[in-house]
Design a binder for this molecule. Structure first.
Ligand SMILES: Nc1ncnc2c1ncn2[C@@H]1O[C@H](COP(=O)(O)OP(=O)(O)O)[C@@H](O)[C@H]1O
Ligand SMILES: [Mg+2]
Length: 292
């Protein structure tokens, strides 16, 4: 059985005096344990919406999501989530951010200390434990966000454009760091991105989504050794092929002019939304702590 099954998932947003907006229609795919899968598609095609439902922060209107045999109904410690732009707690130090979920779940002091050392090791953040997010570079903030999501050893790590806020010069370096981090953690990953090269560099498999109802138009396996060599002929061939597919996906969406403006509007609210997801996550974690 696959670790994750997405079966016929649909999501419709309704707003007053506007036609219903079908963002995802009957989307299905499965992910095997240990795979690194990217969801690649144009802005506004429903990637974040899909990831948010995998996180359990939002429910599909139809279909179901099954993780390790259980239906996803709400957020839980079996999933780690890295939000677009990291969304670290600015008032907490690096250490407090990383240990947040373990504290909520009442891990012993000893367990917390051990896990912290492991996570500082894999993220090369030793010496920065007492700093606040604002004192860190973008790359370091990203690493904190990833190890915070890994702290409770989730079965599934969900990354929403984890490098979206990083400038172009830093991106390739951070992709390499992310590859290391994830390899060290030996976890299954689903990453949302609109960056073709990023998806080729990091993934075992790339699902290309269309702007029309989030359809998966292609499932591409990246059969390249790691670490990947960006200059190799095979690598650039994958990049060209996926670029072609994303163009197709985007052109398919050109009639839906409204959606770009809507996506921009949604982005303006995204920080607020992310914080409310973090709060939902905290509530769910608290509930979990009380039940266990
Ligand atoms: N909570 C919401 N209410 C209404 N529309 C939304 C909401 N969230 C997303 N949308 C709309 O759904 C579409 C897909 O959004 P999103 O999943 O954020 O796209 P992507 O992550 O691929 O850029 C966009 O048109 C967006 O405006
Ligand atoms: Mg998004």
């Amino acid at each position: 059985m696959a670790l994750l099954e997405v079966n016929g998932v649909s999501k419709v947003f309704t707003q007053k005096r506007k036609p219903a907006h079908i963002v995802l229609d009957d989307v299905s795919f499965a992910v095997e344990q240990g795979q690194f899968v990217s969801l690649l598609g144009p802005s506004g095609c429903g990637k974040t919406t899909l990831l948010t439902m995998l996180g359990g922060f939002m429910h599909p209107n139809a279909g179901e999501i099954i993780l390790a045999g259980n239906r996803v109904e709400e957020p839980g410690p079996d999933r780690g989530f890295v939000f677009q732009n990291y969304a670290l707690f600015p008032w907490m130090t690096v250490k407090e951010n990383i240990l947040y979920s373990l504290r909520v779940k009442k891990y012993s002091k000893q367990e917390q200390a051990e896990r912290l050392q492991e996570l500082l090791d894999i993220s090369h953040l030793h010496g920065s434990e007492s700093k606040y997010p604002i004192q860190l570079s973008g790359g370091m903030q990203q690493r904190v966000a990833v190890v915070r999501a890994l702290a409770s050893r989730p079965k599934l790590l969900l990354l929403d454009e984890p490098l979206g806020a990083v400038d172009f010069q830093m991106r390739e370096l951070l992709q390499e760091e992310l590859a290391h981090l994830v390899e060290g953690a030996k976890t299954t990953v689903i990453m949302v991105t609109h960056d073709v090269s990023e998806s080729v560099y990091l993934s075992d498999r790339v699902l290309v989504m269309s702007g029309i109802k989030g359809r998966i138009i292609k499932d591409v396996y990246i059969n390249l050794e790691r670490p990947r060599r960006r200059q190799s002929k095979e690598y650039t061939a994958y990049v060209s092929e996926l670029t072609r597919l994303v163009r197709l996906a985007f052109n398919g969406n050109s009639a839906d002019v409204d959606s770009t403006a809507a996506a921009a509007a949604a982005n303006n609210h995204s920080t607020k939304r992310q914080l409310s997801y973090v709060e939902a996550y905290n509530r769910a974690s608290n509930k979990y702590a009380q039940n266990s």
